[in-house]
Design a protein around this ligand. Sequence first.
Ligand code: NAP
Length: 338
Amino acid sequence: MRTPARIGVAGATGAVGREMLAVLEDRPSLVDSLRPMASAREEERTIPFGGADVPVVPLSRESLAGLDLVLFATGAAVALEFAPLAVEQGAVVVDNSRAFRMEPDVPLVVPEVNPRAAGAHRGIVANPNCSTIQMVLALKPLLDEAGIVRVVASTYQSVSGTGLAAIEELRQQSASVLAGEPAVSEVYPSQIAFNCLPHIDDFDEAGNAREETKMTLETRKILESPELPVTVTCVRVPVFRSHAVALNVQTEDPLSPARAREVLRAFPGLAVVDDPESAAYPTQAAAAGSDATFVGRIRADDSVENGLWMWVVADNLRKGAALNAVQIAELLADEVPA
Ligand SMILES: NC(=O)c1ccc[n+]([C@@H]2O[C@H](COP(=O)([O-])OP(=O)(O)OC[C@H]3O[C@@H](n4cnc5c(N)ncnc54)[C@H](OP(=O)(O)O)[C@@H]3O)[C@@H](O)[C@H]2O)c1
């Protein structure tokens, strides 16, 4: 991919798309020109970028022409239809939806974890699920240091993970509940304000939510460990921004919390915040707006052999989506043509 690149952002008006523009604004050397795209609307829309108001154009075959890179931040159905059209016309696509993640010829990449996978693309590289990204960042250094036998994860996911409409729903419901009025649910199946929902995406016949299955399968693909036992419960919590994961890891070799802290601290993209005595541990409010993935509450789990607990927090719109996608684009820009 040539740089600076002619970059399109499909879904530029959404929660992830807007964050992508913010991440790109911080990387002027990557951007030759920017074309924000979204659904067709009657009214003309613009979006601020680099000090100008840039027109938002309808996503179409025509608007995807003449681009080197297209970052997709739309739902899966739109990505399935339009990403191949971008590739056909010469662009490389980094897609944030679930549409292509498990395709065998589509790399699924977290640049700090499996950068070399990106080189094997055939036009599309997939950005993993937001909770998966922060989980594999914490798992990779432990895998390299001590091997992993089993992973048990519980997530505490913010409403921005569902998009702009969900952010508005939490805001409105919170105001209603505080005013003693009924909370109206349109995005979520029931009230999210002052409540937690163990329900993210559809359920399968076995009772697993699709988000839980995504985390299991994507983790195995990224860590190149196709048999790794990974079991997950995903919970939506009334937090605007950043996801937390309570992560229980059983390692093959013994790994003390002190050594785990060392290897986590040395890993790119991770920051260890772990002094519970002085109330120092990662929180979702503190992580919002940060690029790092934060790890704390690192402690032995004596209920199993070589067990370890961790609390992992990251901003789902930045490292969980926009930042990771732009980092993938940077990897592709560094590629030496074959
Ligand atoms: N939110 C996260 O933390 C997160 C993390 C990782 C991955 N993802 C994935 O990223 C994608 C976007 O999520 P989001 O949270 O940003 O959702 P969102 O806030 O609802 O934004 C959706 C975007 O898609 C656009 N869009 C909808 N229909 C379209 C169409 N027919 N043609 C062109 N554009 C269309 C919307 O444009 P309009 O303004 O025209 O409606 C908007 O820009 C999803 O696949 C999601 O699963 C999200």
